[in-house]
Design a binder for this molecule. Structure first.
Ligand code: IMP
Ligand code: MG
Length: 179
């Protein structure tokens, strides 16, 4: 399995240090509040578990799974909710925790939805940001690393449901997804 990886971008140790720093930053920015940490399934689950444990403050946690409608499908300005939150987001300071932002389409729509539902504030914390690929007008408020345009796996990120359990972030060999 590890042979499918062309290059390790971030080691387990590098990731741990970066996530600790992000957790400290969030703890400072949200001191005195009780933010709702919203994990976007499935990719963010590993980052979410580490990030929330790096926050030294009371936090609430919830989970959502969404998928964007493909081009041509009905309601293209919308998202399809596969799993919704268990608690209402109205009046909450929501921190969306995502594995990676690529085009930004899904996060742009999700952020709009949470605001429509009356969240007091909505911020985005993404572990990885492929900034050069952005097409939607959305930015992450907290970012682990900005990366080049390459297909990466590990630390929750998959290709065809594989590699999510790798402890590092690696660039997948082209021959794996182009065969
Ligand atoms: P966006 O709506 O285009 O920003 O899509 C972001 C989603 O695409 C992420 O939550 C991932 O599920 C997936 N994705 C984008 N780039 C990668 C990658 O390099 N590896 C694995 N998944 C990716
Ligand atoms: Mg995802």
């Amino acid at each position: 399995m590890h042979n499918d990886v062309e290059k390790i971008l971030f080691t387990e140790e590098q990731i741990a240090a970066r996530v600790r720093a992000l957790g400290a930053e969030l703890s400072r920015d949200y001191a005195g509040k009780n933010p709702l940490m919203l994990c976007i399934l499935k990719g963010a689950f590993v980052f979410f578990a580490d990030l929330t444990r790096a926050m030294d403050m009371p936090v609430a946690m919830d989970f959502m799974q969404v998928s964007s409608y493909g081009a041509g499908a009905v309601s293209s300005g919308n998202i399809r909710i596969l799993k919704d939150t268990a608690v209402p987001v109205a009046g909450r300071d929501v921190i969306i925790v995502e594995d990676i932002i690529d085009s930004g389409n899904s996060l742009y729509r999700l952020k709009g939805l949470l605001k429509e539902r009356g969240a007091s504030s909505v911020k985005i914390c993404a572990f990885l940001d492929k900034a050069s690929r952005r097409t939607a007008p959305v930015a992450a408020d907290y970012v682990g690393y900005v990366i080049e345009d390459a297909f990466v796996v590990g630390y929750g990120l998959d290709y065809a449901e594989k590699y999510r359990n790798f402890p590092y972030i690696g660039i997948l060999k082209r021959e794996i997804y182009e065969k």
